[in-house]
Design a binder for this molecule. Sequence first.
Ligand SMILES: Cc1cc2nc3c(=O)[nH]c(=O)nc-3n(C[C@H](O)[C@H](O)[C@H](O)COP(=O)(O)OP(=O)(O)OC[C@H]3O[C@@H](n4cnc5c(N)ncnc54)[C@H](O)[C@@H]3O)c2cc1C
Length: 502
Amino acid sequence: MTTAEPQASDSDRTTDGTALLPGSPGGAWRGSDYIASIKDEREVWCDGRRVDVTGDPKFRPMLTTLAGLYDAQHLPDRADEMLHRSDTSGNLVSLSYLAPADRDELSRKWANSHRWAEASYGQLSRVPDFMSNVVVGLYDFRHELAKVDPEFGRNAENYYHYCRENDLTLTHGLGDPQIDRSSTPAERPELGLRVVRRGADGIVVRGAKQIATLAPYAHEVLIYLSPANYLREDPSYVCWFAVPLATPGLRVLCRTSYTDPGVFGGLAAHYDEQDAMLVFDDVFIPMDRVFLLDDSATAVRGFGELNKWSLYTGQLRYYHRLRTMLGVASLLAQAIGVETFRQVGDLLGELTSYVEIVRLGLAAVDAECRPTTSGLLAPGSTAALDAVADGFSTRASAIIRQIGASGLIMQPSEADLRTPDLRTVLDTYMCGRELGVKDKSRLFRLAADLVVDRFGMRQELYETWNRGDPARVRSMLYARYPDLQRCETQARKLAEGRIDHT
Ligand SMILES: Cc1cc2nc3c(=O)[nH]c(=O)nc-3n(C[C@H](O)[C@H](O)[C@H](O)COP(=O)(O)OP(=O)(O)OC[C@H]3O[C@@H](n4cnc5c(N)ncnc54)[C@H](O)[C@@H]3O)c2cc1C
């Protein structure tokens, strides 16, 4: 098998010849190996400083979370559900990279995704399982890429094997920088990422991508553009490729960190996965990492195809986030003795309905799985679930704010709790119905993290925008609804008075 890493020596390869990352034992990561693997020359910037993500106190907590999740794959009680033997190298690899060929494999894949999402309480929007499934989509689409150029198809296939054997953590950046949405790249070339030079050995790209979540913690970025960006007259803006984060000319500009190393707990202390702009300053992409060039029509078709499995795992993750929100809302209500009030029960029931609708929707989408043209088994469409996700999420947050009310901000800090002079007052006035002040304040601060503070607001933004513009998602659902004609026929009959009772 040929590989995407031409420089690797024989000792850096698996038994099937796939190149390994330097120092990697191959197969599914253990936490410490993963951390060592991203200690490289990547250029990550945050708050005006260049940071070493493996050592920086604001970046280290999330790294520790990821390392813990990678270690968990090997736990005796779940290894069977998260790992399997590679059919090419014999190494234990992640089920996130399984390209499922039948019902049994698809079910195993989802069981693994549930593990990832549940272990991170649905808080990690780009838990590595997400992008692994995009690479499965790329692999599935390889025959279409090969029609454009046989080399593209081979590259996609080799890249899939490379990612699987190395358990690669990926980020992706689809959108363009938010400079001026009323202009076109013909007017302002910096609006889009483009190929500026081509050679037999590779291409050189220039431009930026916004946003790439998880970028500082990823091994590589996969670029495949978003549908809104394809239909451009200049084909040099159509380019699909993958490249290591530690590549000369590639800068990772992170938003300010939400982690406060001095403060106890909080979701950001574990789950600030970061969002970044990626700037490509004439970055060389070797030809074996290029998956598509120039062909807008294939890019448009491919966008939906690549995301078949990842959209499903994205919904699984979302389901676990809603469950976390329901759990928190319910505990809040009990903490202050309002859970039996009818209005509160109504709100909790509404939130429960979102959890159940997503669970049932996932079951239905799974039941509608169908073979792909390349012979894999893919879930049905998540389009309807995607179309309501932002609305459910916004309501779930509002419900927690409604139930928690002033308690979401009026809580003692850990420093208050440690102050003996305050303790009697806190124990008297800031406890809950049957909950001591310490447990109550931690619960309410968690709720504030979820739906009030900047971490929660970022999650809210994510749920609104990560599937693309929700207005586009909904109008596409309508435009492609396969049963629309029948609905219209029935309506027409009624309107025309042609009512039959059969
Ligand atoms: C927290 C977070 C994490 C994300 N992570 C990732 C990631 O990991 N990878 C990734 O690829 N993307 C990611 N995204 C980006 C996401 O895909 C985009 O936010 C989304 O596609 C919307 O694009 P935009 O933010 O540039 O908004 P814009 O396109 O700039 O839109 C701004 C406003 O203008 C409106 N608008 C813009 N263009 C039009 C138009 N042509 N017609 C009508 N209205 C229009 C929009 O509806 C919106 O109201 C992330 C986003 C967020 C918020």
